[in-house]
Design a protein around this ligand. Sequence first.
Ligand SMILES: Cc1cc2nc3c(=O)[nH]c(=O)nc-3n(C[C@H](O)[C@H](O)[C@H](O)COP(=O)(O)O)c2cc1C
Length: 401
Amino acid sequence: MARPVTTIEDLRVIAKRRVPKMFYDYADSGAWTESTYRANQADFAAIKLRQRVAVDMRDRTLATTIAGQPASMPVALAPTGLTGMQHADGEILAARAAEKAGVPFCLSTMSICSIEDVAEHATKPFWFQLYVMRDREFSSSLIARAKAAGCSALVLTVDLQILGQRHKDIVNGMTAPPKLTVKNILDMAIRPRWSLGMLGTQRRTFRNLVGHAKGVSNLSSLSSWTAEQFDPALSWDDVKRIRDEWGGTLILKGILDPEDAEKAAETGADSIVVSNHGGRQLDGAVSSISALPDIVSAVGNRIEVLMDGGVRSGQDVLKAVALGAKGVMIGRAFLYGLGADGEAGVTKCLDIIRKELDVTMALCGHRDIRNVGREILVPGTLPSPARHAEHRAEAALAAAE
Ligand SMILES: Cc1cc2nc3c(=O)[nH]c(=O)nc-3n(C[C@H](O)[C@H](O)[C@H](O)COP(=O)(O)O)c2cc1C
């Protein structure tokens, strides 16, 4: 009998077996030395929780709101490119799992299934993530399509004006669909589940772009187009322009510095996501969880703060909430679930995180996630620069007393 799946790590191990190497590696990698990618998880692990006893732990609730929308727990699925290459029709399956679990799903600009594909198969509104592109007409058309599909929030990613380098993608020669080289054919042939799924779907390339963006009719024109498209001149004025054009709930994703958080708060966006793109952009940047407290102190009273990066368990979710995040986004955790077992795997991922979050919250002495605060963390175990913020807060408190 197969070993039961009990952790996100179990899902990762299965996904590694089932997903062709170039796509597994695409997910499980960070920029350059991957130091920020590793720090995202390591800094979560260092934070210690305070165990509390003899408090009433009945009638617990994880329900909250994220960007003003109800969520059954403070978790959303992060936008991830090429999700439909982890498993056939991946974005549709993940969107379905998310809506059944009552958490938001965010579709990436760089998705395999298009906005319309997902809208056709989803029963609840989903979020759409936009990259700011040089071709304003194309950006506008994506915004219009997201509106037409009834998307309930626009997630504007601001940390990818130029692309960080991930060595594995270069070594693997990653493309979607994969080039039919001997190496790739062998890689797919030993993964019949994945290959059969792909043979059974038409959704095998960037369907948000192909047929929509000018000059993108086939794969080779597409790859040069994407390399040239991201706008290196992005400014806060562009963010405001997009805010006005969209006119709905706006989430700015990719803020890692309190000074940028101040500027983001001034744009009138509804939320920010403290994020280093899962360690895929600036290698050497601080982990998201260590950046969170300073950003919460700077802007938390003016704008909702979310975070992502390194969340692999319900304990991680609780720690982020304790440090002031209204919710977290998960990227790789759900991708591993998807690669392991399609929609059921994403459901499993969300079940694991929900259960861990619920039990951990209870053992920390809380019954309502909305009441969880920094008091559940052991002072002195917060990673730097979070620790600096903690010391400053203590000093301010001491000065006030
Ligand atoms: C495979 C992969 C693809 C990604 N593609 C996008 C993307 O298209 N747009 C975006 O805003 N962020 C993208 N991200 C970043 C995620 O939205 C999120 O910030 C990150 O995955 C969080 O870290 P975690 O994977 O440790 O949870 C991607 C991340 C991964 C792992």
